[in-house]
Design a binder for this molecule. Structure first.
Ligand code: AMP
Length: 281
């Protein structure tokens, strides 16, 4: 596995890797890799001849009071995991390589970024769309893989790629969970043992609400019960517990179309997000 930190080297390496018409898959990450990331890499290997993983903790998608400085960085362990997973090239630029002096462009995806994470984290999706647009321009992948764990991000990136005629197929991968249901996340490393145990209430509350709504229970009641269960388990503040149209993420009051149930809540100092599909009744 090559480890590349400079854009001119990336361009040379990509030309080599593509020789003979080989197809390329990209898995963008912020590192501190876990089994969820590695599942994306496995699927990337099935979908393309060459697998590129990027690790870049993107400062522009963090708010001023967020965890940019504390975000876990484990370069050596990540490289070893990717080598074992069959990654061909690790693209790991530093901030100055990604945003050189004079950088002035920002990508905004309207509408779908207004709610949920977009409302709770102003500017977050401009940072995401801009860096993912740059990664697509740098690597020029045939396919790119993103986790449903960050469901709104998946929808935003899919929209951007379509709107900007980027010749990349964006593929969503089901959320990988621990045995107790908690979605794997680099941020789980922040949880104390007690918080980690209590955090299992998040997927449990989601599942109960999703199953209730799918069975015809009133949406508002199921959302309120999920919220109460999270509060009882020690979560707070809760940014949202919402049922949304699975495509547009507009809030919905009845599950008369394919929906997504989405949650963001803090436990201790750690903000966790999760979501589940709620199929049309
Ligand atoms: P991150 O490093 O958190 O930016 O995540 C990089 C990619 O991995 C994103 O597309 C995430 O949605 C995806 N991802 C993170 N956690 C999981 C998980 N538990 N299951 C599946 N994909 C995940």
């Amino acid at each position: 596995m090559q480890i590349v930190r400079a854009l001119d080297q990336l361009r040379r390496s990509m030309a080599d890797l593509r020789r003979g018409g080989k197809t390329v898959a990209l898995v963008p990450t912020m590192g501190a890799l876990h089994h969820g990331h590695l599942t994306l890499v496995e699927e990337a290997r099935r979908r393309a001849d060459r697998v590129i993983v990027s690790i870049f903790v993107n400062p522009t998608q963090f708010g001023p009071n967020e965890d940019l400085a504390a975000y876990p960085r484990r370069a050596e362990a990540d490289a070893a995991l990717l080598r074992a997973a069959g990654c061909d090239l690790l693209w790991s630029p530093d901030v100055a390589e990604m945003y050189p002096h004079g950088f002035r462009t920002s990508v905004t995806v309207a509408g779908i970024t207004a709610m949920l994470e977009g409302a709770a984290r102003p500017g977050h999706f401009d940072g995401v769309a801009t860096v993912v647009g740059k990664l697509f321009g740098q690597v020029r992948p045939d396919v790119a893989l993103f986790g449903e764990k960050d469901y709104q991000q998946l929808r935003v990136v899919t929209r951007m790629a379509a709107d900007l005629d980027l010749a990349v197929e964006v593929i969503g991968i089901a959320t990988v969970r621990d045995a107790d249901g908690l979605a794997l996340s680099s941020r789980n490393a922040y949880l104390s043992p007690a918080e980690r145990a209590a955090a299992a209430a998040l997927p449990a509350a989601l599942r109960t609400a999703a199953e209730g709504i799918a069975a015809g229970a009133p949406v508002a009641k199921m959302l309120a019960e999920a919220q109460a269960r999270l509060e009882q388990a020690g979560f707070g503040p809760i940014d949202y517990v919402a049922l949304c149209d699975a495509a547009t993420l507009e809030p919905v009051e009845t599950a008369d179309r394919d929906c997504r149930l989405l949650v963001a809540a803090r436990i201790g100092g750690t903000r966790l997000i999760d979501n589940l599909a709620v199929p049309a009744r």
